[in-house]
Design a protein around this ligand. Structure first.
Ligand code: ADE
Length: 232
């Protein structure tokens, strides 16, 4: 049976997953609490990484090195980068990149990591299709989109920046960890998937919307993950 690592940046994003686990052993490593156990027979490690790409990458590496996970799923909320993707809708990653990588001074395009073979990290196709079909089953009235996740160490709450992100990277949603987890997964040759529920529109209203809609968005990812874990 596959051992699944699940990373959320914030307590709100993973607490309900931790509560549903059985036979839990908790270990604190690098100031993160790793909850190892199972959910209805599926082996699982759930962890709150903290916010941002560095935390997320460290967390992923620990899951690989010390927990020997077979795959990693990143869950949580995100800002929408498309008009048709509304608050509470779900975005499942086809791939992920880091929008704040800028080595143009050395002749690289924006988002390209110097001296790496890849800077756009492809999500696992089987996991993606499975998540899509589970979504239709458990959240039938929601918009479910598959597309690019663009991550950076920035909360996007500015319409100009949002437009720039859309124009430059053609993303579906933006958040602060997914592509770092994707890069760590790529380097360790394990599959990954990012599943995000939209909490805001990444524009001038983002901060207000985020506070209001975060809980609804997280309810949706929890519902989806509960059903998905059983099918992996
Ligand atoms: N997570 C949720 N909304 C976000 C936004 N607008 N920017 C970055 N990360 C987010």
């Amino acid at each position: 049976m596959k051992k699944i690592g699940i990373i959320g940046a914030m307590d709100e994003e993973v607490n309900r997953l931790k509560e549903m686990m059985q036979e839990v052993k908790i270990k604190n490593i690098a100031s993160m609490d790793f909850y190892e156990g199972s959910f209805e027979g599926s082996p699982l490690v759930v962890v709150r990484s903290g916010i941002g790409k560095v935390n997320a990458a460290i967390c992923t590496q620990i899951l690989v090195d010390l927990y020997d996970i077979d795959l990693v799923i990143n869950t949580g909320v995100a800002g929408s980068l498309r008009n048709e993707i509304n608050i509470a809708d779900i975005v499942i990653s086809t791939d992920a990149l880091q929008h704040d990588v800028d080595a143009r001074g050395f002749g690289y395009e924006l988002g390209v990591i110097p001296r790496m073979e890849a800077s756009i990290f492809k999500a696992d196709n089987d996991l993606l299709n499975l998540a899509k079909s589970v979504c239709k089953e458990v959240l039938p009235s929601l918009g479910v989109y598959t597309g690019r996740v663009v991550s950076g160490d920035q909360f996007i709450s500015d319409s100009k920046k949002k437009e720039w992100l859309i124009k430059t990277f053609d993303g579906y949603c933006t958040e602060m960890e997914g592509a770092a987890i994707a890069q760590a997964a790529y380097l360790n040759k394990i599959p990954f998937l990012i599943i995000r529920a939209i909490s805001d529109k990444a524009d001038h209203s983002a901060e207000m919307d985020y506070t209001e809609f975060e809980k609804i968005a997280i309810d949706n990812t929890v519902k989806l993950l509960r059903a998905l874990i059983k099918k992996i």
